[in-house]
Design a protein around this ligand. Structure first.
Ligand SMILES: Cc1cc2nc3c(=O)[nH]c(=O)nc-3n(C[C@H](O)[C@H](O)[C@H](O)COP(=O)(O)OP(=O)(O)OC[C@H]3O[C@@H](n4cnc5c(N)ncnc54)[C@H](O)[C@@H]3O)c2cc1C
Length: 401
């Protein structure tokens, strides 16, 4: 095997390149990206970078020297447009054809756009890349009215930064609580109260129906009423970038379908990161949107391409920063889980353990790193811990595991 091409120069793509070289791959390695930037980390975009506390250079995942030292041919600003599986080539937007022996797709995801009237008005923002934040930040003037559509992680992180900068923030959420898709009701209630304390207003059970305004957005109309807004941030989820794979005839199922080694339905093509769905830790097919998944799955796929594959079965983990609150989550919560609160939310340091059939299945920890670390170990070990023991803060977290 002499030529590996990676499509998608993001978190997973650059990780795979690094792993391939670290594992001794000496053939030609090409990393293709459609953005003008070298691979960068996205989490700070809705946190410290938006707040102006994080220099742009710190976003980049590797120094420029990495690409020369590892002989990684980084091609930026050239979207891959098609894959010819019979000829084993990838065609780029500049008409170059790249030949491959193994191909890795790390095309990530894109924001879901709101298909409502007024969505094209100036002042309606989404957040996925550096350019999005640079544009959004121009609007961050004290006293400005920001309507956030979507009470998920991105929307809430932006709301927190905006509230701290003295903006008037309203969050419009279709569900009855925040982060409803992934978080426990206990966590939702806690974060709602925290945002409220910082002056953030909420409209729950409200569907954004249209954006109103002349040249620029002036209000968001929902099925419940109208909110005035100088600008809008829509954070209503992402869509995996699988069109390239679909057009090439690869199996897709809520993402590019891969096995536990990262192989697609074509054994010479692999995929990793946000763009995939894969057999999850608990057995069900899942699609994850996290740095942990991008890094770990990319490592596994890189090893598998070199014939050193081991199944990818990591416990998923994720974090979110809002105000001075560090939320760390391990495992995937289900609505039917038994939830045990450890610590007092009023102290702003607590966790929620999720038990499924008696086993620890997930933990949500707020400013409680030891609980998170213990929870992760318990999930990996498929451990059974008595609910009273979890709830007893006299038992140190490390003794739970
Ligand atoms: C604002 C924000 C905050 C986040 N915060 C957190 C957090 O706190 N914790 C956490 O765990 N996760 C967080 N995430 C999610 C995390 O950043 C992603 O899960 C991660 O970046 C996924 O890595 P990836 O390599 O799969 O995709 P990406 O990093 O998105 O990289 C994919 C790249 O492929 C490019 N591409 C797509 N199609 C083509 C093509 N045809 N040709 C060439 N290039 C192509 C894309 O433009 C992109 O540059 C956040 C995401 C965002 C947007």
């Amino acid at each position: 095997m002499e030529r590996i091409v990676i499509i998608g120069a993001g978190q997973a793509g650059v990780q795979a390149a690094a792993t391939l070289r670290a594992e001794g791959f000496a053939g030609s390695l090409t990393l293709v990206g459609d953005e003008p930037f070298p691979p960068y980390q996205r989490p700070p975009l809705s946190k410290a970078y938006l707040a102006g506390d994080f220099a742009r250079e710190r976003l980049f995942l590797k120094p420029d020297s990495f690409y020369t030292e590892t002989a990684c041919d980084l091609r930026l600003g050239v979207p891959a447009q098609s894959i010819d599986r019979a000829a084993k080539t990838v065609r780029l937007s500049d008409s170059t054809a790249l030949a491959y022996d193994r191909l890795l797709l790390t095309t990530g995801s894109r924001v879901r756009k709101l298909p409502i009237p007024g969505a094209d008005l100036r002042g309606v923002y989404y957040l996925r890349g550096i350019a999005d934040v640079d544009a959004l930040r121009q609007e961050f003037q004290p006293g400005a009215r920001l309507a956030v559509v979507g009470g998920g992680y991105i929307g809430l992180e932006v709301a927190a930064v905006a509230a701290k900068h003295g903006l008037k923030v309203t969050v419009i959420e279709a569900e009855r609580r925040l982060m409803a898709r992934t978080a426990s009701p206990q966590l939702s209630a806690f974060y709602e109260a925290e945002h409220h304390a910082h002056g953030v207003q909420f409209q729950f059970g409200a569907m954004a129906a249209c954006f109103e305004g002349e040249a620029k957005v002036e209000a968001v109309r929902t099925d419940l009423g109208r909110s005035l807004a100088d600008f809008v941030l829509a954070g209503v989820g992402i869509v995996p970038n699988c069109e390239l794979a679909l057009a090439a005839g690869l199996a897709c199922d809520n993402g590019i379908a891969v096995d536990e080694f990262g192989a697609t339905s074509d054994p010479e093509i692999f995929a990793a990161g946000d763009c995939t769905s894969h057999p999850g830790f608990a057995g069900e097919r899942i699609r994850l949107e996290s740095v942990q998944n991008a890094i770990d799955q990319a490592k596994h796929a890189a090893l598998a391409m070199l014939g050193k594959g081991a199944p990818y079965r990591e416990v998923p983990w994720f974090w979110s920063d809002q105000y001075d609150l560090k939320l760390q989550i391990a495992g995937l919560a289900h609505p039917g889980d038994v939830k045990i609160v450890r610590g007092n939310p009023a102290s702003r340091k607590f966790s929620v353990f999720h038990l499924r059939e008696g086993l620890v299945a997930a933990v949500e920890a707020v400013n409680a790193a030891p609980d998170y670390i213990a929870g992760r170990k318990l999930i990996a070990a498929r451990a059974r811990v008595a609910p009273e023991r979890i709830a007893d803060t006299n038992v140190p977290a490390k003794l739970l595991a």
